[in-house]
Structure formats: structure tokens, C-alpha cells
Design a protein around this ligand. Structure first.
Ligand SMILES: Cc1cc2nc3c(=O)[nH]c(=O)nc-3n(C[C@H](O)[C@H](O)[C@H](O)COP(=O)(O)O)c2cc1C
Length: 361
């Protein structure tokens, strides 16, 4: 099953299942000499880990990172970095009563159709648990990007039909929903609580912004940075939509309203009047902030009774037991940030090869 590696230059390969012994990632291509320790990675994993609040799955996983290789005296050596996260709190018996019944909205049926064998425990590899390894790799990429003063921040911009109307960066990590607007907190928590009580779930939108990104990242025509970001984001389970800058609503506007006027250039700093392009033109960054959004569906595993079929095609009713996120958004923020950081670093490394002026030997 190829498809578990991502990136060309900063290349990651993730492995492991939701209820397997452990999960992990190998990074091939990390530059040497980067100061790195477990704490740098643990901070990001703690943002993603389950059991953070009543708005996330109650599964209790410490998600403690162990770096197995690629480091010497607190620095990366340029050799493969291998990282391990153990599974501690898997309760597989919650899944046994529907092991042959396909959960509507989940990947059970499609995995069975493709492979004819499926690890039903926690959804196996189709579980979001797999993303713990991506977040670990993203934390290493983030560390490298710090030296370029590139900063990526994600937040929950919408839950159900309730939208944030303010962006207060320091509020994001102060609330368990990771929303950017305090005035919407009570309304949003009430919505999640009410769907959870009904045995249901709710979706939402995450926005990710990357500042300090230089102009010139991304390669036309098939390695456009917006194409790479779309691929990175759409690879996260539960993502149903992706947009850059003004996104889909741009169709309601006129060209004169959405063209970002270039105000001036001072060395490598380019100033625009607006940012409808979300920092990308022609598949190449233009020096403006990268702004992208992802739409996440309501969690498919719900305890409300639903109709389905079993592997023999017999009609069945099921209530999905086990521990699930009533809303995917809060925990998906660090995952989206990690995927964006992986793309940005990969593009920076690609530029070292594509622009002879920038190569230093
Ligand atoms: C942070 C996060 C948490 C998730 N938690 C759950 C969950 O508890 N239960 C579930 O059924 N799906 C969960 N998902 C979604 C599934 O992984 C996803 O729906 C499944 O892999 C099928 O893929 P698709 O929805 O992209 O088609 C989660 C996704 C993310 C990003």
C-alpha cells in the first residue's frame, strides 16, 4: 500500500494503526545542525492529543514522543530521524459488536472493497490517530522554519453555522475549542454539547495563516504550492473542502474588487493593498501571508442509531460505540498547521535546487 510518504526533500513516512502497539514517523532529508529536543515535539503533540476537554474524545493517550535516531548532542545529524509514540489506552472491544458492519460516513466499506481485509479496531490506519506521527514530523519542520522566521498559526473559524468574527491570536490556545473569537465561545460550546447529548456530531472550518513566507516558493505547473497545500490538507481524514484566500466566495465578486494591488517593493519585502489571493499567485508565493481554510465534516462515528449493511450485504442497524470527537475541529488545528509546515519546508528545500543564486556551497 504505497501512499504513506509525503514530501520530496523533507520526506516523511508515517506508520501505525489506532489500536496497534505504536505509531511513528521517519523523516528523511532533515537538514543537519538543527537544535532539537523531545520538548519541541511534545508541545505540538499535546495540542493534538485526545482527552483534552469534553469537546474531544475521552481516550487517554499521553502521546509521549521518543526520538530513536538522527540526533547527536542535541542536534540533527542529517541522517533519518525516527520517532515513536506508543498506544496506551486502546479499548478494542468497543468496536467488536460492529466489526462486520460498515459505519456510514467512515472508511470501513471502502477499505474492505480495496483490500478485502480491515483492522476494525478503532478504524486501524483510517483513524485520525495516524496523524500523531504527522504532527511529530511537522514539529521538526516548524523548528527549521523558525530559523527563517516563518510562523504558521491555525484556529477554528466556524462550528456548525456559528462563525468567528474576530481574530485574537492569544485567545486561540486559551480556549479548548481553539476559536479566535471569545464572544462566540458560549454559543459554540452549547451547540457541541447539544449535538453530543443527541448522540450526534457537528462540523466546522479551520483557518491557517503563515506569515514571513518569502516570495518564490512553489514550482509550476504540477508542484504549485497551492496544489501541494491542497493535497496536504485533503489528506487529513474528515476534510471535505479546501480554499485559499477569498476562496469560493470570490465568484460573487468582480475582478476590480479582488485583484490585490501591489503597493511597492523594498528589497525582498513586497506590499499589497489586500490579500484575496491568500499569498499565492501562479502557484508561487508572492510574499503576502498564506491564508487557507479547510472544511471538516461532522464526525461520522455517532451513537445515534443509523442504518447500514454488514460485509455480507445484510441490512443492519448500528449505534457506534467507542470514544469519538463530537467535533473534529479543535484537535485538527495542530494537524493542519503541521501539514502546512511540512509543505513550506519542502518548498524551501526545493528552492535551494531550483534557484542557483540561492545555493551556498
Ligand atoms: C482531529 C480528528 C479527529 C477525528 N476523530 C474521529 C472520531 O473520533 N471518530 C470518527 O469516526 N472519525 C474521526 N475523524 C475523522 C476520520 O478520521 C475520517 O472521517 C475517516 O478517516 C474517513 O475519512 P474521510 O472522512 O476523509 O472520508 C477525525 C478526524 C480528525 C482530523
Amino acid at each position: 500500500m504505497p501512499g504513506n510518504s509525503f514530501g520530496q526533500f523533507f520526506k516523511i513516512t508515517t506508520w501505525g494503526e489506532s489500536h496497534g502497539k505504536a505509531l511513528g514517523v521517519i523523516i528523511d532529508g532533515c537538514p543537519a545542525g538543527i537544535k532539537l529536543n523531545e520538548k519541541d515535539i511534545q508541545i505540538e503533540l499535546d495540542k493534538r492529543k485526545p482527552g483534552q476537554s469534553r469537546f474531544t474524545t475521552p481516550r487517554k493517550e499521553p502521546d509521549k514522543i521518543e526520538i530513536l535516531s538522527g540526533m547527536f548532542k542535541g542536534k540533527t545529524t542529517g541522517t533519518p530521524i525516527s520517532m515513536l509514540i506508543m498506544n496506551i489506552d486502546a479499548i478494542s472491544k468497543s468496536y467488536s459488536n460492529f466489526k462486520d458492519i460498515y459505519r456510514p460516513g467512515h472508511a470501513d466499506l471502502s477499505y474492505d472493497e480495496k483490500y478485502g481485509i480491515r483492522d476494525y479496531r478503532g478504524g486501524g490506519r483510517s483513524s485520525n490517530r495516524e496523524t500523531v506521527a504527522r504532527v511529530a514530523a511537522g514539529a521538526v519542520a516548524k523548528k527549521v522554519l523558525n530559523s527563517f522566521k516563518i510562523k504558521t498559526i491555525g484556529f477554528v473559524a466556524q462550528i456548525g453555522d456559528i462563525k468567528c468574527s474576530k481574530f485574537v491570536e492569544k485567545y486561540i490556545e486559551k480556549n479548548p475549542l481553539r476559536i479566535s473569537d471569545k464572544s462566540k465561545y458560549n454559543e459554540m460550546t452549547a451547540l457541541i454539547d447539544s449535538v453530543r447529548k443527541e448522540g450526534d456530531s457537528v462540523g466546522g472550518v479551520i483557518e491557517v495563516r503563515s506569515t514571513g513566507v518569502p516570495a518564490g516558493l512553489g514550482s509550476p505547473v504540477f508542484e504549485k504550492i497551492d496544489a501541494k497545500l491542497a493535497s496536504a490538507i485533503m489528506s487529513i481524514g474528515g476534510v471535505r473542502g479546501f480554499e485559499i484566500g477569498t476562496g469560493f466566495s470570490i465568484v460573487e465578486k468582480k475582478g476590480s474588487e479582488v485583484n490585490d494591488i501591489i503597493l511597492g517593493k523594498n528589497g525582498s519585502k513586497i506590499k499589497f493593498k489586500s490579500n484575496n489571493a491568500g499569498g499565492i499567485l501562479g502557484g508561487i508565493t508572492n510574499g503576502n501571508t498564506i491564508v487557507l481554510r479547510l472544511a471538516l465534516k461532522p464526525t461520522s462515528s455517532i451513537s445515534k442509531e443509523q442504518e447500514s449493511i454488514d460485509s455480507l450485504g445484510k441490512k443492519k442497524k448500528l449505534k457506534v460505540t467507542g470514544r469519538h470527537d463530537p467535533c473534529l475541529c479543535p484537535r485538527a488545528v495542530p494537524i493542519a498547521e503541521a501539514m502546512v509546515n511540512l509543505v513550506l519546508l519542502d518548498c524551501i528545500m526545493e528552492n535551494q535546487l531550483s534557484n542557483i543564486k540561492k545555493i551556498s556551497i
